[in-house]
Ligand binder design. Structure first.
Ligand code: PEP
Length: 257
């Protein structure tokens, strides 16, 4: 059966007061629903503990947007996975294109984070995706292959299902220009085939999200794609009504599958 994860990446938005208002609204919209999909919100570090507490009894999971791979030490300004785990965080987004392009994170660093997250029994959401130039030069699948090979280095068949992959074409993030359904079908089919060729049939269980200007209007078209198991949603996840619409779309797709 198709699995679905609807994840909100809040980026650098919402202090702990605003975060509380936002998640209480989302939770309110989910009351008395038996959800088939998994819902996740990823607030900034300073709101995480508050959001975990507010959502303690809610069917909504909490993730961080980054981490350091060492458990502790002289890394000024960094947050360890153990610190996140201690306050009840379950997921960590890694390799987001904003971290790659603005903060210079490379695939080797992302691989170190990924292995440390798995070792700490948290769930990594690994973001990969091509830039517009790379797509226009016909290099999309070379880039995806390169990023997967590096970021998943030394990950075995027994761990691959613990990793969520988010295909996020860089040109679609925050631009209002989503990839077309055809582009998404092509990329997600390619990703599934690649993962199965490398890890075997266990890779059928890997959650593959689409991210890039996903919103209430295009959710049905994107989320109904066979190898799309949900979305990583930036801008639209800050609007609780829109986020709830996307969740409803996912629920309807699962109910009819
Ligand atoms: C993201 O930040 O991962 C993202 C996909 O953003 P947006 O939905 O705003 O394009």
């Amino acid at each position: 059966m198709k699995k679905m994860l609807i994840a909100g990446n809040w980026k650098m938005n919402c202090n702990s007061f605003e975060a509380t208002v936002l998640v209480e609204y989302i939770w309110g919209g989910l009351l008395e629903k038996i959800l088939k999909s998994e819902i996740l919100v990823c607030p900034p570090f300073t709101s995480l503990e508050t959001v975990v507490k507010v959502l303690e009894k809610a069917p909504v999971h909490v993730g961080a947007q980054n981490c350091h791979y060492e458990p502790k030490g002289a890394f000024t300004g960094e947050i360890s996975i153990q610190m996140l785990s201690h306050i009840g965080v379950e997921y960590v987004i890694i390799g987001h294109s904003e971290r790659r392009s603005i903060f210079g994170e490379d695939d080797e660093l992302i691989n170190n984070k990924l292995k440390a997250i798995i070792n700490a029994d948290l769930k990594p959401i690994l973001c990969i995706g091509e830039t517009l130039n790379e797509r226009n030069e016909g290099k999309t699948f070379d880039i995806l292959k390169f990023q997967l090979e590096k970021c998943l280095e030394s990950v075995t068949e027994s761990d691959i299902y613990k990793i969520t992959i988010a295909y996020e074409p860089v040109w679609a993030i925050g631009t209002g220009i989503s990839a077309t359904r055809e582009q998404i079908v092509e990329a997600h089919d390619w990703l599934r085939t690649y993962l199965i060729s490398k890890y075997g049939s266990v890779a059928n269980d890997v959650i593959i999200l689409y991210g890039g200007s996903l919103n209430a209007k295009n959710a049905e078209s994107v989320l109904s794609v066979k190898n799309v198991n949900g979305g990583l949603i930036g801008g639209a996840s800050l609007n609780p009504e829109e986020f709830l619409i996307i969740i409803n779309v996912a629920e309807n797709i699962l109910s009819n599958s």
